[in-house]
Design a protein around this ligand. Structure first.
Ligand SMILES: NC(=O)c1ccc[n+]([C@@H]2O[C@H](COP(=O)([O-])OP(=O)(O)OC[C@H]3O[C@@H](n4cnc5c(N)ncnc54)[C@H](OP(=O)(O)O)[C@@H]3O)[C@@H](O)[C@H]2O)c1
Length: 347
C-alpha cells in the first residue's frame, strides 16, 4: 500500500481525490502501477489495469490489487472501477480508505460478487492523503486551490497598486498549467478594475489551451464594460459575476454553474487581498501554491489582511504537499511552495 500511496501523489489535487493502485502477483512482486491524473481521466485502478495489459498481462487470476481508495461503483465520465475489477477477474482487492462521496460502496459491491476484500489497510495514511477533499465532500462544496504570487515581504502589489509581474515567467507558466486543470478561476472586483486580467489558460507559446476555465468575479460592484475577461461576450458566456462577498455563497453558485459540459467542481482563487483573506478566514482553502519572488515592496499591499487570527495559538497551519510535482520548486528566481492545511489535531 505504501507503493500505491506513492503513486497516488503523482496526481494533481482537485475535483477528484488522489488515488494510487498497484497490481501484484502471488509472490508480492509489483506487476503494474497506476494513479489518477484528475477529473475526466482514467481512475487509478483502470490506469493500473491498462499498464498491466500493455505489459502483456491477460490472466489476473493470481493477482492482488492494492488501491488507496475504495473503487468507485458508478458510471460517470469513467466506467465503474468495481466492474473493471470483476471483468478482469482479480480475486483479491486491498483497500486503504473508504470513499465518502456518492461513488462509495465499492467494498460491498465487490464482496457481493465474491471478491476477497481487505478493508482499511494503512487507513489513516490513505485518509490523510485526501483529508481536505474528504472535507469538501462532507461540506458539499467544490475544491478550492489558492494562488498567491508575492514578494519576500508578503506583498501582492506595490504601493501604487502595480502587481504585474511580481513573479517570473516560469512561475506564470506554472500558474497557467494549474489554470488548465481547474474548472473556474476566481478574482475580486478590485483586481478586475486594477489589473484587468484576461484569466485565461495559455500554453508556453501564449496560445489559449482547449477547454478554457470559467472566469469568475466576486463582489457587489459592477464589472467595467470593457474588462478583458468578458471578451466582449455577455455574462454566462465563459464568465460569471458572483454578486456576493460571502465565499461559501460564491462556491455554491459556482457548483450550480455548468461549464464545458459539467458543473464546476474545482476553483482556483487568484486574489486579490480581500477575496483571498475571505477564503482563508472561512477556512475554505484546500490547497495553496505560494510563489515568492526575490524582491521587497515595503509599503505595498499585503498578501492577506485580517483573517480572524489574533494570537499564535489561532494561527492557521499548513504542511508541505508532496502531491503534484512536490512541495517546493525553484522557478527561475522564485520559490514555489505547495501546501495543504494540516489535518485536524495534527499540531
Ligand atoms: N500578486 C498577485 O498574484 C495578485 C493577484 C490578484 C490581485 N493582486 C493585486 O491585489 C490588489 C487587489 O486586492 P484587493 O483586496 O483590493 O481586491 P480584490 O480582492 O480583488 O477585490 C476586492 C473587492 O472584492 C469585493 N469582495 C468580494 N468578496 C469580498 C469579501 N469577502 N471581503 C471584502 N471584499 C470582497 C469587494 O468589492 P465589492 O464592492 O465589489 O463587493 C472588494 O472591494 C490589486 O493591486 C491587484 O493588483 C495581486
Amino acid at each position: 500500500m505504501q507503493t500505491a500511496l506513492k503513486a497516488a501523489t503523482i496526481g494533481p489535487r482537485g475535483a477528484n481525490p488522489l488515488v494510487g493502485s498497484i497490481l501484484v502477483d502471488e509472490r508480492g512482486r509489483v506487476l503494474a502501477a497506476g494513479h489518477h491524473r484528475g477529473a475526466g481521466t482514467y481512475h487509478a485502478e483502470r490506469d493500473c489495469l491498462a499498464s498491466a495489459l500493455a505489459a502483456g498481462i491477460t490472466d489476473f487470476s493470481a493477482t492482488k490489487l492494492y488501491t488507496t481508495l475504495e473503487p468507485c461503483t458508478h458510471y460517470g465520465r469513467q466506467p465503474a472501477c468495481t466492474d473493471l475489477i470483476t471483468e478482469a477477474g482479480i480475486p483479491t482487492v486491498l483497500i486503504g480508505a473508504r470513499d465518502p462521496s456518492t461513488n462509495g460502496g465499492g467494498v460491498e459491491v465487490l464482496r457481493s460478487r465474491g471478491t476477497e476484500v481487505v478493508d482499511g489497510l494503512l487507513r489513516k495514511q490513505c485518509e490523510q492523503l485526501n483529508h481536505r477533499w474528504n472535507r469538501a465532500v462532507k461540506e458539499d462544496r467544490i475544491f478550492v486551490t489558492v494562488h498567491l504570487a508575492q514578494s519576500i515581504d508578503a506583498r501582492i502589489a506595490a504601493a501604487d497598486g502595480t502587481s504585474q509581474w511580481i513573479t517570473s515567467e516560469t512561475s506564470r507558466e506554472h500558474t497557467h498549467r494549474i489554470r488548465q486543470r481547474v474548472d473556474a478561476i476566481l478574482v475580486g472586483t478590485n483586481t478586475v478594475t486594477t489589473d484587468d486580467p484576461r484569466l485565461t489558460a495559455r500554453d508556453e507559446r501564449g496560445a489559449l489551451t482547449p477547454g478554457q476555465p470559467l472566469r469568475a468575479v466576486m463582489g457587489r460592484s459592477e464589472i467595467p464594460d470593457l474588462a478583458q475577461l468578458t471578451q466582449g461576450r455577455p455574462e454566462g458566456e465563459g464568465w460569471i459575476h458572483l454578486r456576493t462577498r460571502d465565499p461559501l455563497t460564491a462556491l455554491r453558485t459556482l457548483a450550480e454553474t455548468q461549464h464545458n459540459g459539467h458543473p464546476v467542481k474545482h476553483v482556483l482563487v487568484e486574489g486579490g487581498q480581500s477575496v483571498l483573506s475571505a477564503f482563508f478566514a472561512a477556512d475554505l482553502v484546500d490547497e495553496i501554491f505560494v510563489y515568492t519572488a526575490p524582491l521587497i515592496l515595503g509599503t505595498g499591499r499585503a498578501s492577506l489582511t485580517d483573517i480572524g487570527v489574533t494570537t499564535l495559538a489561532e494561527a492557521r497551519r499548513y504542511t508541505l504537499d508532496a502531491a503534484d510535482g512536490g512541495p517546493t520548486t525553484i522557478m527561475n528566481n522564485d520559490v514555489c511552495i505547495h501546501l495543504q492545511p494540516e489535518p485536524k489535531g495534527a499540531h
